[in-house]
Ligand binder design. Structure first.
Ligand code: GLV
Ligand code: GLV
Length: 332
């Protein structure tokens, strides 16, 4: 009989059809919002799960689902998955890097531009019928071209944003990362490595693209915001918990920084009402990777990982595993 898998959210039908050729597939086809207990219930007897950032895979779930062998998320971020617990139980985990890099960099750049040029605020003004006359300071914001672009977290997405800023908009690029890039890559991107303090002090537009981990929880709080220029903008497309939202609201209200753009929130999809009450902020509902082409590529990569792991006729060959040591292969 075919291996049983769960597709935890409704995804593209052509991909489901492909999965059905090899697996006995249960799909959450009405895209119900499941509680953790319901997720566990639906996972009973399943060897594989295709999930998104909405599903939490923790030690308790793993204990309750002993047949599970593969968890494949269609997201690049995997802070919703306890990878160590999966490894301990011999469950392979894959994510979806690379396929969403350029699309997410596009959104980050767009959000930064919308923030700097006050596009959200001015659109609300127009829609509300408030446009009567011109004046010299009318929605005057900050330039993007030639301004210093700061990047916190220089992974694939950070580098793709650096390329846009440097090559497209003539922006000097500075970055901070756990480890410094190779000199050759720094030169290609025209990017200069700086300390966290210098990044905060010198950036005109600071974009956060660092993956979430407990070490970066509230990495940007009141002391950090106080180091930024009053004309600076702050854009976050990584994970909400990296910014202390209470401190951010205060910094925006007191014009300690000029504006912020957020695609991610600490308690999403719940939004702190204080964020909604601040005019100088652009808010989008976690749409970084949301182009049709890229969403399809993400789901497809997760599906290909499942097919490669649960193929009964060959040894598992995941394309993008986060814990290959499960297979007894040493990671380099
Ligand atoms: C989206 O945030 C992702 O991690 O893919
Ligand atoms: C995601 O692909 C990243 O490494 O930034």
């Amino acid at each position: 009989s075919k291996p049983k898998i769960l597709v935890a959210r409704a995804i593209f039908l052509d991909i489901i059809d492909q999965l059905r050729t090899k697996f006995d597939v249960e799909v959450n086809e009405y895209d119900d919002i499941w509680t953790q207990d319901e997720l566990i219930l639906h996972l009973q007897g399943k060897q594989g799960a295709l999930i998104t950032s909405s599903e939490k895979i923790d030690a308790k779930l793993l204990k309750a689902c002993p047949e599970l062998r593969a968890v494949c998320t269609l997201a690049v971020g995997y802070n919703n998955i306890d990878v160590a617990a999966c490894t301990a139980q011999g469950v392979l985990v894959t994510n979806a890097p690379n396929v969403l890099t350029e699309t997410t960099a596009d959104l980050g750049f767009a959000l930064m531009m919308a923030t700097a040029r006050r596009i959200g605020e001015s659109e609300r003004f127009l829609r509300e019928g408030l446009w009567r006359q011109w004046d010299i300071g009318f929605f005057a914001g900050q330039d993007i071209h030639g301004a210093t672009l700061g990047i916190l977290g220089m992974g694939r997405i950070g580098q793709a944003i650096a390329k846009r800023g440097s090559h497209g908009f003539g922006m000097p690029v500075i970055y901070h990362n756990r480890s410094r890039l190779a000199l050759e890559i720094e030169q290609q991107l025209n990017a200069r490595y700086v300390s966290k303090e210098e990044l905060l002090q010198q950036s005109d537009h600071l974009i956060i693209t660092v993956p979430y981990s407990p070490e970066v929880h509230h990495f940007i709080g009141q002391p950090e915001l106080a180091m930024m220029k009053p004309t600076a903008t702050l854009t976050n497309i990584a994970r909400g918990g990296i910014i202390d939202e209470v401190a951010l609201v205060e910094a925006l209200r007191t014009h300690q920084i000029a504006a912020a753009g957020l695609d991610v929130f600490e308690g999403e999809p719940h939004i702190d009402p204080d964020l909604l009450s601040v005019p100088n902020i652009v808010l989008t509902p976690h749409i970084g990777s949301a182009s049709l082409k890229t969403r399809h590529a993400m789901a497809n990569l997760a599906a290909q990982n499942l097919l490669a792991i649960l193929d009964p006729n060959s040894t598992p060959q995941p394309l993008t595993a986060l814990n290959v040591e499960v297979l007894g292969i040493k990671r380099n």
